[in-house]
Design a protein around this ligand. Structure first.
Ligand SMILES: [Zn+2]
Length: 357
């Protein structure tokens, strides 16, 4: 499961805000068209010419972020705010980035500072309210930290489960990270919810067993975790894979590839996909699985995940981890999927899709 709305929203704001600005125009055009590397180069050049123009640093930061370079993005947004402390778009982007890097308090501080300059800004007020409502140690949540994760949970009754979650996450971190040549540059926050809180917070379909929204992994706790010991590992590995993929390609990844890799890395995921497909004649064309799965019924969703898992497994077998990662990096750079696919997989996207039927 994934929700990318917040990020898309930030991009819509910033490109709209600067549509009129001529300085850096070629950079904004490149961002809008997904040519992220060209955008980064255009903004770097514009900054050399006009080093005091704050909007150029926002553009440079956005391009860096789309290319997966969060450190550069953070520095650029901070520089924009240094030049123009009342620059709300820069505050929104910096706060969102800090939040996605698990720095909830840092994000709240940025939004609070921005709200002093723009008390009537609705987006800012809404974002601030949402982050203030997020579970955190400051709000009385317990935490179980490890090298790469912080697991938040409500009370001592969940402590054993949280500790087990941390162990499972750490081992999945190395397994998935090694296969995808990727290790996120920040601690990932995982929140354990009751079933009800989870539905309210994520608005996920009833079949969802977990969610990753680009910043936090959210898991509803279910009796199943006690009854089926493998279930917790499956759900955590699945959502962690989404976080790893996002570290390579922040957006533009077709859902079947994102979900397919997540299924593939689940313990036993490939076998589950194979047996699920063997037991059903229903097939959904791969092209239809590029968009969201949220509207699917439980049964359609099963098939969609199984097909995705099967497709991802084949890509991995044929092109290896390095090939799949190269494909994701191309997507991050803004190369159209069909072109990237042809180049990295040595077959066309449509031929690959047809071969799955
Ligand atoms: Zn998923």
């Amino acid at each position: 499961m994934r929700l990318a709305a917040a990020f898309a929203c930030a991009i819509a704001i910033s490109t709209a805000a600067f549509a009129q600005v001529t300085v850096g125009r070629s950079g904004w055009d490149a961002i809008r068209e997904g040519r992220n590397e060209e955008a980064a180069a255009a903004f770097a050049e514009a900054i050399r010419a006009e080093p005091r123009e704050a909007s150029l640093y926002v553009g440079a930061g956005l391009a860096a972020q789309l290319l997966g370079d969060n450190a550069k993005a953070r520095d650029s947004f901070a520089q924009a705010l240094k030049l123009a402390p009342n620059f709300t778009t820069a505050s929104l982007l910096l706060g969102d980035l800090l939040y996605r890097q698990s720095d909830l308090q840092g994000a709240i501080t940025v939004f609070e500072a921005a709200a002093k300059y723009a008390p009537d800004d609705k987006t800012l007020a809404e974002r601030l309210a949402r982050l203030r409502a997020e579970p955190s140690p400051e709000k009385g949540f317990f935490q179980s930290p490890s090298a790469h994760f912080t697991v938040l949970f409500e009370g001592p009754a969940d402590e054993d489960l949280a500790r087990r979650a941390v162990e499972l996450l750490e081992s999945a971190y190395w397994r998935v990270g090694t296969a995808l040549y990727t290790f996120p540059d920040h601690v990932i926050t995982v929140v354990l919810y009751t079933q009800e809180q989870f539905r309210d917070t994520t608005r996920s379909p009833a079949w969802a067993a977990g969610a990753y929204d680009g910043s936090r992994i959210r898991i509803p706790m279910r009796g199943a975790f006690e009854q089926a010991p493998g279930e917790l590992e499956r759900v955590l590995t699945h959502e962690l894979t989404h976080a790893m993929i996002r570290a390579i390609a922040p957006r533009g990844v077709p859902t079947w590839l994102n979900e397919g890799l997540a299924v593939m890395f689940e313990p036993d995921g490939s076998r589950w996909a194979e047996s699920t497909l063997a037991a059903s004649d229903t097939r959904i064309p791969l092209e239809q699985l590029a968009g969201s799965f949220d509207g699917l019924s439980g049964n359609q969703a099963r098939i969609a995940y199984a097909e995705s898992g099967d497709a991802a497994r084949r890509l991995f077998d044929e092109a290896g981890g390095a090939g799949v990662v190269a494909l994701l990096q191309d997507i991050a750079r803004g190369v159209p999927l069909a072109d990237a696919f042809q180049q990295r997989m040595l077959t066309s996207y449509s031929a690959f899709a047809a071969s799955l039927r």
